[in-house]
Design a protein around this ligand. Structure first.
Ligand code: URA
Length: 219
């Protein structure tokens, strides 16, 4: 499956530097200790959050430096909100809060129904004025894309503009990218890795295993 047309436009892949690959190497190791998994994945999450913030609108701002010269700068123009998808998305909330002091947070709890295999909404709590905000949607895994589609639709139903959604994702596969980008072409996805494919159990290959279990120590 070719996803070339989405790269750089809809999908913003972190530069695949040696540094990033070294961090991925620690956490993809099946024998990684949990404290290492959390520490090194949080370093990557921090990079993803910073890259996501860079996709938001800015306006000019000029300040005077201590030596009396002007600095032609920028500042974020707009209101922001973070929306982790419970549970794995909450692994990203700490780094978002660390970078954006006092950020408003909404929550969405979606889970795949065991019978229908479709994502089911169990709970959501979103700021009343979310329609006026840019939303950083937090979900580390984009595999089949079912949960992401349902969560994006929920944000749209609450009045969020599609172009105001930045999906902060840790790891994905071409199938997931195509699913989200075809349905919601104005949503921007930031990710740190694009895997080869999904296996028959919808795990990414070579992948990282169950991110939520490894992060929260429930495996
Ligand atoms: N969810 C995970 O935690 N890992 C995968 O590989 C796919 C979905």
């Amino acid at each position: 499956m070719s996803i070339e047309k989405y790269l750089g436009r809809n999908v913003h892949l972190l530069p695949q530097t040696n540094q990033l690959r070294a961090l991925h190497t620690v956490i993809r190791d099946r024998d990684a200790r949990r404290e290492d998994f959390v520490f090194y994945s949080e370093r990557i999450i921090r990079m993803l959050v910073e890259a996501g913030l860079d996709l938001l609108p800015f306006e000019e701002r000029i300040v005077e430096t201590p030596v009396g010269r002007e600095y032609q700068g920028l500042r974020f123009a707009g209101k922001l909100c973070g929306v982790p998808i419970i549970r794995a998305g909450e692994s990203m909330e700490g780094q978002l809060r660390a970078v954006c002091r006092g950020i408003r947070i909404g929550k969405i709890l979606m889970q795949r129904d065991k019978v229908t295999k479709l994502p089911k909404l169990y709970y959501s709590n979103l700021p009343d004025d979310i329609a006026e905000r840019h939303v950083l949607m937090l979900e580390p895994m984009l595999a089949t894309g079912g949960t992401a589609l349902a969560a994006i639709q929920l944000l749209l139903d609450h009045g969020v503009a599609e172009e105001n959604i930045v999906f902060i994702n840790f790891i994905t596969v071409p199938e997931g990218i195509a699913t989200v980008c075809e349905r919601y072409p104005k949503v921007k996805i930031v990710t740190s890795a694009i895997e080869e494919r999904l296996n028959e159990n919808a795990y990414m290959m070579p992948g990282i295993g169950d991110f939520g279990d490894r992060f929260f120590g429930t495996d």
